[in-house]
Design a protein around this ligand. Structure first.
Ligand SMILES: Cc1ncc(COP(=O)(O)O)c(C=O)c1O
Length: 380
């Protein structure tokens, strides 16, 4: 059956029809009053989403581009940075900072576990050692959320900048930039924003801007000073992804209608429901600790001796639901269910029913409806 595809991966995430349709228009010139009116509105809405009075810049790029814009704007070659790594995206930060000739120290934690804030505190015991601390808030590769609030506090006491990948946490849980004193927050549109891929966002604090003004890193397209200057005229330095910005206006409007607290509660409920559903089907959650489990994505271990990719294959072929696989050392060991952005209770129940169907097809004896029943208890 055509067009029944159903995305339950942690990005790209499903896009509401009104958001899709908003893009089906001719682009307008970006040096016009009409475009500036849209830009002003989305910028205000982005401030609301980031819980900041500071700047949030919109770039035509992906989440990685937003990460790179943060690094090249905040830092200078030779700067000492501490990178917190407990998965593939933390690893990407370390590689990126090295590529730009920063002196990188890695504080790592086992995959599947959250970074211990006390270890960060210890690593930052001598003030002024690091220019910046770089962290992945929600480590999508392992479905772990790091405890950012206390870590951000330790970074501030150390006098360092915080550079945060909030790609799968913003719009799923609290990332209050101003309250937590976050300096650079990088995200991408195809995640909690309920949009197609193509926009990257960087939130920058006042302290962040001081660093940008002093940074000597070579850069051009990703120079955030250019974006700040253009934003004063509600524009962008280069041709923006105009139709995606139309979509952003609609998506952020929908988010405002739902309200931040309701959005976070919905993600929290879905995480609980998927975890409970998996357990009821006799499957272990890869992230053992509930409080370390990400609100955007859940990683599930297949039954002993079963290939995770085979299970995903059955779910795709039989039910047309796309789930994500494991990455690097977790390849074929876990499958990941995304519940980020435009996801409702029905989606969560459907995916659990499909997992049950795959288990049956593989000859596993599961109590009929066990996963759905366990999830329903939490969704009531
Ligand atoms: C935590 C995290 N950081 C960074 C990225 C990279 O984003 P992009 O693929 O948009 O460049 C992703 C993408 O899945 C992610 O989940």
């Amino acid at each position: 059956m055509q067009d029944k595809g159903f995305l339950m991966i942690p990005g790209p995430t499903p896009v509401p029809e009104s958001v899709l349709l908003s893009m089906a228009r001719h682009p307008i010139g970006h040096r016009t009053k009409d475009f500036s009116a849209v830009m002003e509105d989305v910028t205000e809405k982005l401030r609301w989403l980031h819980q900041t009075k500071g700047d949030v810049l919109t770039l035509a790029t992906s989440g990685t581009g937003a990460m790179e814009a943060s690094i090249v704007s905040a830092l200078s070659p030779g700067d000492k940075v501490l990178v917190l790594v407990n998965g593939k995206f933390g690893d990407r930060w370390a590689k990126m900072a090295k590529a730009f000739q920063c002196e990188v120290t890695v504080l790592s934690e086992e995959w599947g576990k959250a970074i211990d804030p006390e270890q960060v505190k210890e690593a930052l015991a001598t003030p002024g050692t690091y220019k910046a601390v770089i962290i992945t808030h929600s480590e999508t590769s392992t479905a772990v959320i790091n405890n950012l609030e206390p870590i951000a506090g330790y970074i501030q006491s150390h006098g360092a900048l915080s550079i945060v990948d909030a790609v799968t946490s913003l719009g799923a849980t609290q990332v209050p930039m101003d309250d937590w004193g976050l300096d650079f927050v990088a995200t991408g549109s195809q995640k909690g924003y309920m949009m197609p891929p193509g926009l990257g966002f960087v939130g920058v604090s006042a302290k962040g801007w001081e660093a940008v003004e002093k940074s000597t890193m070579p850069r051009f397209f990703f120079d955030l000073l250019k974006y700040r200057k253009s934003l004063k005229d509600a524009s962008t330095p280069f041709t923006p992804a105009i139709n995606l910005i139309y979509a952003l206006q609609i998506a952020l409007g929908m988010m405002q209608q739902e309200g931040l607290e309701n959005i976070f509660a919905r993600h929290h409920r879905h995480k609980g429901a998927v975890r409970a559903g998996a357990s009821a089907l006799g499957l272990a959650n890869y992230v053992a600790e509930d409080k370390a489990a990400a609100p955007a994505v859940t990683a599930i271990l297949p039954p002993e001796g079963v290939s995770a990719d085979k299970m995903r294959g059955i779910i795709k072929k039989r039910y047309d639901i796309a789930l994500a696989g494991g990455q690097d050392q977790l390849k074929d060991k876990i499958f990941r269910v995304g519940h980020l952005g435009f996801v409702c209770d029905r989606d969560v129940l459907t995916v659990l029913a499909a997992v049950e169907g795959a288990l049956r097809e593989l000859g596993h004896d599961v109590a009929p409806g066990a996963g759905v029943a366990a999830a329903l208890k939490l969704l009531d």
